[in-house]
Design a binder for this molecule. Structure first.
Ligand SMILES: Cc1ncc(COP(=O)(O)O)c(C=O)c1O
Length: 389
């Protein structure tokens, strides 16, 4: 009775680990959370205040399917502040990047088509392609190319069924950005095949290093960009994001958005306008600095225990850590850490298959005290397992 898609989707190991964590917490034990891909900070006060005002003022009805024009204009201004010219007509407000992925899959893919994406990458991507009868073709990437595909890899993976490629920059789970030149070359190639390049920029602004571009739109045009209020703006539960599309896609996307979603969340859109205020921006930027400090603290702690972080990330809030020297699989490592030491870490096989057994993802969406406690517990685990010292 139920669809193949719904019955075939593999649950994430991290969800099962989390369930175990909940049990420990209800038994009064403290669990250290390195698995959550969501900022731990409370929503910035100006955003909360704007939401209250919007609800009190009755802004709780449907908006236009593409979102409120004021918000689309504000996002266009945001791009202008990054020296990128896009018009409000190219910007669609969505229900998170997840809503954006649903819309872009429906816009760009037909049944039987193939969407290329790196392995490892954000695990839900595959489901958006499958939802419209398309499939995913994985390009295995590793530390030698900073976990981003090269032009040659894209060319080799491209078949007559390929309709596009989905990249993320900074990426989840590795936090790396695709190099400017590689991005430009891949776009040219994809364009020559009459395919679509989708760039997931949900971690835009959550960057550690001096990056050479803030949005791929500064490098190349005619691409499809996904973004969200979830990460830099710290609004995960508000379910709001946006896509930027070439102007000629706007008419088709409007019809899809009308039919699939009617409109994005109205109070959240009002709140999101305040997310761009000077006061809120100062908060987001300070939090990004806190993430940078945490990244350094966690990396130093893990390295002191002998872990290798092959590539220090450019952004997002993850470290993709090699555990192969321990002689156990990533799944085994994560389960034992949770069961025996109440430390939650995400195993590599939640992000794909390539080298998945040797990597785990640590999220530093937790405070310095928890990071230190987590490192202490992992040190105890390694000693108890006879793997160190
Ligand atoms: C790379 C990437 N894309 C998309 C999403 C979806 O995010 P949201 O729907 O909250 O905007 C996530 C969430 O973690 C992500 O990591």
């Amino acid at each position: 009775m139920y669809s193949k898609l719904s019955t075939n989707i593999r649950p994430f190991t991290v969800m099962e680990l989390l369930q175990r964590g909940v049990e420990f917490e209800s038994a009064g034990l403290r669990v250290v959370h390195f698995e959550v891909g969501e900022p731990d900070f409370a929503v910035a006060a100006p955003i909360a205040a704007a939401a209250h005002e919007a609800i009190t003022a009755g802004h709780t009805k449907y908006t236009a399917a593409a979102g409120m024009l004021t918000l689309r204009e504000r996002i266009a201004e945001y791009y202008a502040e990054h020296q990128v010219g896009v018009s409000a007509e190219q910007i669609f407000i969505t229900s998170g990047a997840s809503g954006g992925l649903t819309l872009l899959a429906a816009l760009l893919l037909n049944p039987g088509d193939e969407l290329l994406m790196p392995d490892p990458s954000y695990p839900c991507n595959e489901v958006f392609a499958r939802l419209v009868g398309a499939s995913v073709s994985a390009i295995p990437v590793d530390a030698s190319t900073r976990f981003q595909p090269t032009l040659q890899q894209v060319k080799d993976a491209w078949t007559e069924r390929s309709q596009g490629i989905l990249l993320a920059s900074p990426a989840n789970p590795t936090g790396t950005m695709i190099a400017r030149e590689t991005l430009a070359k891949i776009t040219d190639f994809v364009r020559a095949q009459a395919g679509a390049l989708i760039l997931d920029e949900i971690y835009q602004g959550v960057t550690r290093n001096a990056v050479s571009y803030t949005t791929a739109l500064a490098v190349t045009r005619d691409i499809f960009v996904l973004n969200s209020f979830s990460k830099f703006f710290g609004m995960t539960g508000w379910r709001l994001g946006w896509v930027v599309v070439p102007l000629d896609a706007a008419e088709h996307l409007t019809k899809l958005a009308q039919n699939l979603f009617i409109s994005p969340n109205a109070p959240a859109q009002h709140a999101a306008l305040a997310a761009f205020s000077d006061a809120a921006m100062a908060i987001h930027i300070a939090r990004n600095e806190a993430f940078a400090n945490r990244a350094a603290r966690l990396a130093a702690g893990l390295e002191s225990l002998g872990f290798k972080i092959p590539i220090m990330p450019d952004g997002a809030f993850y470290l993709y850590v090699d555990i192969s020297h321990l002689g156990m699989t990533s799944n085994e490592f994560c389960w034992r850490l949770m069961q025996e030491y109440q430390v939650a870490v995400t195993p590599g096989d939640d992000f794909g298959q390539h080298n998945a057994n040797r990597y785990v993802r640590f999220a530093y969406t937790t405070d310095a005290d928890s990071i230190d406690l987590g490192i202490q517990r992992i040190a105890s685990a390694l000693r108890a397992w006879g793997l160190q010292g």
